[in-house]
Every structure is written in C-alpha cells, then in structure tokens.
Write a protein that binds this ligand. Structure first.
Ligand code: NAD
Ligand code: MG
Length: 390
C-alpha cells in the first residue's frame, strides 16, 4: 500500500506514561490515520502488556531486562514480539515498520532512540525535551543530513510552532514561553525550603509524570523549555524569554519585529499538542473540551522570580557555555529529583546539587555522541556523591 493510503505507523516510546497514554487515546480514536507498531515501557510490565494486548503492535519493548521473561509470558501467546533494554529501544525506533517515533520516555533515555530514529529518517513527535536539552546541537547536525522532521509535543513549543506558521523567522523579535509558576509560585523562600515531595507533586494545572512535575515546581522545566525552544526554532537565546501565566491558557507567544504578538490559547489538555504533532501539524477534531473564553475571569502575567527559583538561571548558563554543559545540568537534575522524591534530599538541594556538579564535571566544547554518554555518566556519579556527602 502506498504510504499516504495507510495509517501512519507509530512507535510509542513510554506508552505507559502520562504522554504515552494520552497519545494512545488519540491513536485509538483515529484508526484510519494511526497504528501503533511498537510500544515501550520502563518497568510497569503489566501495564505495558495490557496496552499491547489492546493495540496489537508488532513489538513491545521493556526498559528493564529482568522483566523480559514476564513480558514474553504475557504477550508471545498473542503473537507480539518482545524485547528489552536501551539498545532494543533504539533498534525499535529505527525499524522498517515505523514512520514516526513518539519520544515520551523520561530524561536522558530519550537521546539514543531519537538519534537512531533520525539516522533512519523517521519523523519525531518529541515529548522528551531532555533529548534537545542534553544534545540539541548534535540532533540539529543529524537533521541536516536526514529527511526527518521534529514536531514538538511540549505545549509551549506546539504553541510557538502554531504562531510561527506562515511567518518569516527573520521577523521574530521574541519567543515568549509561558510558565504556570508551579505549586510554589506564591511561596516565600523560607517555605520553599521545607516543601515535601507530596507538595511538589501537587501541580495546579497539569497532571503529568513525577519527574516533570518536580521540574515544574523548581522551574527547571521552564529552563529546559527555553533551551528546547532555542534548538527547535533556531532563535537566539537572548530573544527567548519566560513569563509566568498561572492559568495555563495562553500556551506561549511570538512577538514580531512590527510589535505584533501572536498567542495560541487552549484548555490545558496535552492531547491537543500531541494530536498536532502526530498529524505533522494537520488539525484533527479535538478530544478535549473546548475553551470557553467567557468562563475565564482573567488571564494574568507576571515576571518570573529568579531568586526564589534559581534553576531558571541555568538556561542562560547552558546556552552561553554550550558543549556538554546542559548535559551535566540534566544529569545532575535527574539524580537530584530522584533523591528528592526518595526523601534523601531537600527541595532546595536540587539546585545546589546541579550547581556543585557543574563546578566539578569535565567540559567538552564540541561533543560527539560518545562525549554526551561519558558526560552523563560522570555527572550522575558526581551528583550522587554530592548528595551522599551533604
Ligand atoms: P511518565 O513518568 O508519566 O512516563 C514515562 C514513560 O517512560 C513511562 O512509560 C515509563 O515506563 C517510561 N520510562 C521511564 N524511564 C524510562 C527509561 N529509562 N527507559 C525507557 N522508558 C522509560 O512521564 P511523562 O509525564 O509522560 O513525560 C514523558 C516525557 O514527556 C518527559 O520528557 C517530559 O518532560 C515530557 N513532557 C511531558 C508532559 C506531560 O504533560 N506529562 C508535557 C510536556 C513534556
Ligand atoms: Mg511544557
């Protein structure tokens, strides 16, 4: 069958997570347009098997190798192939029966399958922002020699892509990335120091995986999104700013050189940007409730507070230093957030861990793929040691 006459074949990486589950909702609503040929999960083998039994992909991949036997026991009787580990995930992302890869795993794990997918010419629906944070320069250099395109899933970047449609990038004055401000937006410093994982996991507007929810509370997520915007849209760092917008209705804005500002608005429902990415920026009937402007009393905007949320400063550090700097920031953040969620580190210790790791980690100015791998491993070790000793 010719490509345009059959459903687009999607590899859903991170199928058991928040983004993965919502993407599958869209895939199941449009069987004429989409078919999941690969699904993957981290460690929740029962959930992965259940979703695979429903979608009947060719292949299911579990990250943790020790769970492969269990996955096989559940899925091989249904004729679904099973595999495990990071290499299997990268192989699955570049398989012949995949047209587009949805990267919805957490953290550094997104990099290898994205690189493999681009080398194999697959389109990417990119939820895993950490891939661009860690290695945006490498990803962009690979894209120069590949037919692959990246379609952002992150709501802010989807909004910016929508605002830029039909526009000349040379006429962009500023990308204005909105931020909810997280659960501690109005907390004084003294209170922020004492917050618990339960407090941080209580996001006011979005229901998301645990790691990104903590990143939203520290505003590390917004720093990552500024870096992500730079790599996705090729706009200079000094033209990319964050503004706090607690209602999460305006998903981001673009200001042009004539003073006009375009914004994209919608209910805070990730199925909107996911659908826009899966459709390669073609609009589908929405699965979400519509936005009724008259139900909204007001839309407010405030400047971010870099003192109470110091992680925000790390976007500037990363984009100035470049090289492996953002890879170190990401690795230290992953280790610190895991320690915070485990009760081994206080909330403000997350920033201190990143800062200490940045001071100690080696720096490579023009990294190749293997340099990122080494930087990630070294930075994780330094961050772990810092947390143990402090
Ligand atoms: P989640 O924790 O809900 O789900 C993550 C998925 O990845 C699960 O299927 C998990 O099993 C799998 N996974 C975890 N670690 C893995 C590993 N090491 N190797 C392979 N698979 C692994 O997370 P989420 O909230 O869906 O976020 C996924 C990505 O999307 C993150 O990069 C996040 O920043 C980004 N994102 C999420 C949202 C959101 O609303 N949830 C919005 C914007 C961007
Ligand atoms: Mg976002």
């Amino acid at each position: 069958m010719k490509k345009e006459n059959r459903p687009k074949r999607i590899a859903v990486l991170g199928a058991t997570g928040s983004i993965g589950t919502q993407a599958i909702d869209i895939i199941e609503r449009h069987p004429d347009l989409y078919r999941a040929t690969v699904v993957s999960g981290g460690s929740r083998v029962g959930e992965l098997a259940a979703v695979a039994a429903r979608l009947r992909p060719r292949l299911a991949v579990i990250a943790r190798r020790e769970l492969l036997g269990e996955l096989r026991r559940l899925l091989e009787p249904l004729g679904i192939k099973c595999a495990a580990g990071a290499d299997a995930l990268a192989e699955a992302a570049s398989a012949d029966d995949v047209d587009m890869v949805l990267t919805a795993t957490v953290g550094y794990s997104g990099l290898a399958p994205t690189v493999a997918a681009i080398k194999a010419g697959k389109d990417i629906a990119l939820a895993n922002k950490e891939t661009l944070v860690v290695a945006g320069d490498l990803v962009n250099s690979l894209l120069l020699h590949s037919p692959s395109k990246i379609y952002p899933v992150d709501s802010e970047h989807s909004a910016i892509a929508q605002c830029l449609a039909g526009e000349d990038k040379a006429r962009v004055a500023r990308l204005i990335v909105t931020a909810s401000g997280g659960p501690f937006r109005t907390y004084p410093k003294s209170l922020i120091e004492r917050v618990t994982p339960a407090d941080a996991l209580n996001h006011p507007n979005w229901s998301m995986g645990a790691k990104i929810t903590v990143d939203s509370a520290t505003m590390m997520n917004k720093a990552f999104e500024l870096i992500e915007a730079h790599h996705l849209f090729g706009i200079e760092p000094e033209k990319i700013t964050a503004v706090v917008h607690p209602q999460s209705i305006v998903h981001s804005m673009v200001e042009f050189t004539d003073g006009a500002i375009k914004a994209q608005l919608g209910v805070p429902d990730m199925r909107l940007p996911i659908a826009y990415a899966l459709g390669c920026h073609r609009r589908l009937p929405s699965a979400a409730r519509p936005l009724t402007l008259t139900d909204i009393c007001s839309l407010t905007f405030e400047a971010p507070d870099y003192d109470r949320f110091p992680c925000l400063n790390l976007a500037k550090t990363a984009m100035e230093r470049r090289g492996t700097c953002a890879c170190t920031i990401n690795a230290a953040n992953e280790v610190a957030v895991a320690a915070f969620l485990d009760g081994r580190l206080g909330f403000t210790g997350i920033y201190r861990t990143i800062e200490a790791t940045l001071q100690r980690a080696s720096f490579v100015a023009r990294p190749a793929y293997d340099d990122y791998v080494a930087c990630n491993a070294e930075s994780r070790a330094i961050a772990n040691e810092f947390i143990t000793k402090n």
